[in-house]
Design a protein around this ligand. Sequence first.
Ligand SMILES: Cc1cc2nc3c(=O)[nH]c(=O)nc-3n(C[C@H](O)[C@H](O)[C@H](O)COP(=O)(O)OP(=O)(O)OC[C@H]3O[C@@H](n4cnc5c(N)ncnc54)[C@H](O)[C@@H]3O)c2cc1C
Length: 501
Amino acid sequence: MKKVLIIGAGIAGLSAGSYLQRNGYQVEIFEAHTQPGGVCTSWSRGNYTFDYCIHWLMGSKPNTGFDLLWDELGALEDANGKPMQIKNFEEFTRTEFSDGEELRFYANADRFGEELRRIAPDDLELVDRLIDDLKYMSRFKVSVAKEKGSIFSKIGSFLSNLGTFRCYLKHLRTPIGEYADKWKSKYVREALCNVIPPSWSLGSLTMGLAMQHTQAAGYPVGGSLQFSRNIERGFLESGGSIFYGSRVDRIVVKNDRACAIKLASGEEISGDYVISAADGHSTLFDLLEGRYVSPKLKKAYDTFPLFPSSVFIGIGVNKNLSDLPHAIMIPVTGSFTLPDDSNRSHLSVSVHNFDPTLAPSGKTTVTVILHTWNDTYWRSLAAGNRKEYSEVKQQTGERVVEVLEGRFPGLKEAVEVIDVSTPHTVHRYTGNWHGSFEGFAPTPTTLMTRLPKTVPGLANCYMIGQWTTAGGGIPSAAIDGRNIAFDLCRKDGRTFIGKIY
Ligand SMILES: Cc1cc2nc3c(=O)[nH]c(=O)nc-3n(C[C@H](O)[C@H](O)[C@H](O)COP(=O)(O)OP(=O)(O)OC[C@H]3O[C@@H](n4cnc5c(N)ncnc54)[C@H](O)[C@@H]3O)c2cc1C
């Protein structure tokens, strides 16, 4: 039996492990942290659970493409086989403006169109085109199963998706800042650039909106860590092994062939294949000491912009807050300056009143995420002065609560817990480069670049996960796991099995 060593138990590593183990490989996963999920996680403080990750999960609805992955991996089933409840929202998000106006990004495209006509009466042509595009894009069905169908049926399916695919391509190639400039409405311009940075692809917003229209991307009640644990359980039940608290320091190479890994403890474990589902930068430049960096990879790591890191504030509130929208951008008078000097004009607030598992009855968790690209400040502060780091975190949390109190009077006195995580936290627990939470940012250039899943010049070594597909995301991490298992089966002359019934 061939042995596969996987570095990292995030969604990509867990998915690869599950598919490989059920296809007759002996799989061992080595994870630096003490639990599965990587960035797809949540954590508890007192009676409250703060969910860091899932806002929308593509494939949460049957027969939409990515659902095949969740079915095969058992990702949406608890330990008793009970399906996680999927919550779809009336609004994707909502942006409020300092003059009291608001723009609701309704999930239903027609309703969103009405809202846009109200707020942007001088942009009717743009509104109609956008709504048509969203409806068109919502029909796109990803074909996940590489092994299924003849070449003719694959060509047929490609051709039937061609129009939708072209529409996607148009959106992927357009920077959102350039698109926003076409609108006369200052509200739409401001809202678009608040949701994502101007250089990112318009597609990174419209793809999510299109999925909302068909309710193909909801939220699994129970949250991110539960979702990760469901996949972990399937892997363990099929006979795989995970070693937690096992940081990998080196990929051992002989004659340009990966043959083992070396743990931080000094222990060396040999295997037939090594798959890194960990941070891409440390895989290439630390574990492999920069010896296998092709010009394409060098260009990506030298020039591609990154997803930001985050200062994330989890707030436990002794109120049910059932009257509040679940996702809202709140304007800040002047701006909110983080201690690392990043300025934010809005706070991105999630009110988790839709998931009763995250707080006791009658209580709710509220989370606020503030993007920052200045991880250096937080990491230096944490390394240099622990006490000051804790104080700065606490003050940041309290300032955020003050802003929320301005918008939701009475909230402050009901606050029971404030927990702040920083880019230092993201780096410490997941090893992601610069504390980036999703790898390379989805700009038109990065999205059009295919990064290799092999390591150029090195045999038996593979890279998967969010650093190998710009834009990241849970489905692309999981599909990488399936694809690498399929490719290894083909290489070893095995028939690939997606699910054992
Ligand atoms: C705030 C936030 C919101 C998000 N929202 C969504 C959403 O709504 N929908 C969606 O689809 N996606 C979302 N994402 C993105 C998605 O969660 C990620 O792209 C995906 O989970 C990445 O999985 P991964 O396995 O590639 O990487 P990671 O999760 O980073 O996993 C890598 C793992 O490798 C481990 N590791 C690293 N180095 C080593 C080493 N040397 N030795 C051993 N182990 C190591 C890490 O500890 C980690 O567990 C969100 C992400 C964040 C952070």
